[in-house]
Design a protein around this ligand. Sequence first.
Ligand code: UD1
Length: 423
Amino acid sequence: MIPMANYIISGSPKNFGGSVNISGSKNSALPIMTAALLSADCSRIHNLPRLSDTMVMCDIISSLGCAVQREPDGSVVISADISRPKRSCGYEMFSKLRASVLIMAPLLARFGKAKIPLPGGCKIGARPIDLHLKGFTAMGAKIRQGHGFIEASAPSGLTGCRIYLDFPSVGATENLMTAACLADGATTILNAANEPEICDLADFLNGMGAKVSGAGTDTVTITGTPRLHGCEHTIIPDRIEAGTFLVFAAGLGTELIVRNAEPKHLKPLLAKLGEMGFDCEAGSDFIDLHPSGRPKAVDIKTMPYPGFPTDLQAQAMALLTTGDGSGMVVETIFENRFTHIPELCRMGAQIKTEGNAAFIKGVRHLSGAEVRATDLRAGAALVAAALKAGGKSVIHNIEHIERGYESFTDKLRNLGADIRRED
Ligand code: UD1
């Protein structure tokens, strides 16, 4: 991660468009990399996106004593042939990556103990891990917290049980589903998250010999087995990256084909783009957004999958800033996910907020300005705004953006954007 870097974007490029290849999903890659530690055998994971977040996860896994080999073709080979994990890296590394909490599942299930630095809060909200811990406790683990660490132990192994999640948390579903694979007996997770990344993780676990059923519904059942083996798996396409590029093109009113995408994972965004007046043609692995005029204003409310993803909320709001009419965006997943709004307003957007609702009055044009990316998706929203604004924009703190978009400037430049990275 390189701090203090900026993007310089000259807005309203003349010939933006063409096609872009979508990378593997960051949010699938992270839990799958940790799940590979359930077995001593090697697992080979293809289509792993090359991002600072996946690099940090590689470092965390290596620090435990496991072998992690990145291959030139974009795959990673993970071998957790260890008798017990080394004391892993400390707070600094774990705090870079919220998903580091997913390391708990394989360590607890396979070695009977997991001790990690508490992940803490972050810009988009407090993000507690109480549901993860409630589930581990129900499976028989003892939890201790102190000095900024969290320790879960189950020296005689975990026991299958029924777990009801008070909220369909993606991370809690992933952590508990992974831990339950080596538990004694069956575990049922009720009110489980249904995100496509949960299905991808279940496919990986089943490839390792686990018995996971119901992934993609609100009830996931895992029948524990004493041992798992390594496997080979290909990560699904990143639906948020695909959605972000569609928003970029929609804002400019130009045609764009996103390739190596999974259109069925993007139904909520495609529905909203349809309401805005965009014509999208979906094939088996591509989406073709046809050129069009100014978007019609619409209302959007984020919800757990298959509702509208919170990870596309900021980008969709950037699109509505130049919409025809007034729209509303309600954020129901994270309590502090409107930090892009003051930055969009610096570019001429007209947005007011009340609690978790934002009211956007569409304007005809935005103007380039100096702005700051406050988190990954907020940063993507600023890029969407800068691309269609008149004049030059400077986006600071782009290390947030590069946590989640592989080869971002190259992909944008290939489409005709005038974007430069400045360290
Ligand atoms: C994952 C995604 C993130 C996405 C989010 C929601 C990864 C690496 N990240 O994050 O990009 O925005 O899903 O789709 O996959 N909660 C609790 N207690 C818990 C766990 C969660 O109260 O123990 C709350 C959170 O504070 C939040 C809500 O549940 O308000 C959703 O969080 P969750 O689904 O767990 O998101 P993550 O897994 O952290």
